[in-house]
Design a binder for this molecule. Structure first.
Ligand code: SF4
Ligand code: SF4
Length: 287
């Protein structure tokens, strides 16, 4: 699979939800960049060589006013592609404006279904409307965290999503230290929801790619709202793989890929952008 250089940018920490299973602690689910900092981020992206995919997440990006006021209009002028992870709570009018500004460069729209806050049918109807505004080659997926003790219900949610012609993307629940230890009965339902051995395009099981060569830090990195850049999420968790700060002009990519040394790769983005050698040999990604 050809590598797609990608940045995962946490545009802001604030979120309008407070899901009980959120992996981000409340302490870190706050804050956003100033207007001046947004300008610096945009200058940084403008100077990147080549065409990157900038995948934005939060918190909730649309919960930050500067996201639609400054970030999106700024990104619309740059040559890079855009992807977004959102809880889709923004009104349809805002979503339509978002698509009108950057729809021509949207790669992946990942919408997360949080059943503690929304009704599944209303959410699915909203996603169907959004689908109509997107170009055909923009991938649109519905993420669903497999919250323990709710899994029987998720089987019908999966049916609802798929019978609406939409893509259901299950994600095992993560904890600070790895994957949630499902009970035996829940594990059997997890398999029904994810399939027996799904690829990283079909489900997020947070596997380990230990020992495989990974281009994180070279053609992929994560960037937080304060400008700090890290080779990947797991590296950040261990306070390793620091690449500097893009707002302080200390950012530098690594020149060579290394073998992964971690027991968990929590997010499917590096896998689905061709960063990990030896997996996902096809050139199509959806998350
Ligand atoms: S919407 Fe996402 S970031 Fe916000 S509380 Fe829920 S899981 Fe956390
Ligand atoms: S955890 Fe994933 S992204 Fe990070 S080095 Fe390992 S394979 Fe690469």
């Amino acid at each position: 699979m050809q590598r797609q250089p990608t940045i995962e940018w946490q545009t802001n920490g604030i979120c309008n939800y407070d899901c009980s299973y959120c992996i981000q602690s409340k302490k870190f689910r706050q804050g956003y960049p100033s207007d001046k900092e947004i300008e610096k981020f945009l200058d940084f992206f403008a100077c990147l060589p080549g065409k990157w995919e900038i995948k934005m997440s939060g918190g909730e990006p649309f919960a930050f006013k500067g996201f639609m006021d400054s970030i999106i209009p700024g990104l619309a002028k740059l040559p890079h592609n855009i992807s977004i992870l959102t809880n889709l709570s923004a009104p349809l009018s805002i979503l339509e404006k978002f698509v009108s500004l950057v729809g021509n460069k949207l790669s992946v729209v990942s919408v997360s279904l949080h059943l503690e806050y929304v009704d599944a049918k209303e959410f699915t109807d909203k996603v169907k409307q959004l689908r109509q505004w997107l170009k055909n080659d923009t991938a649109l997926v519905i993420n669903n965290v497999l919250v323990p003790n709710t899994l029987e219900n998720l089987l019908s949610i999966k049916d609802l999503v798929e019978s609406s012609g939409l893509k259901y993307f299950p994600q095992v629940m993560k904890t600070k230290h790895g994957v949630f230890p499902y009970s035996e009965s829940d594990q059997a339902i997890v398999v029904k929801l994810t399939g027996k051995s799904p690829t990283s395009k079909q489900a997020n099981l947070a596997p380990s790619y230990k020992g495989l060569v990974c281009w994180s830090g070279v053609e992929y990195f994560v960037l937080d709202q304060k400008g700090h850049a890290w080779a990947c999420r797991t590296a950040k968790r261990f306070q390793e793989g620091y690449l500097g700060n893009v707002l302080e002009n200390t950012f530098k990519l690594k020149s060579l890929p290394l073998a992964c040394k971690y027991d968990i790769c929590p997010c499917t983005v590096p896998a689905n952008r061709g960063m990990i050698e030896g997996i996902n040999k096809t050139a199509y990604y959806e998350n």
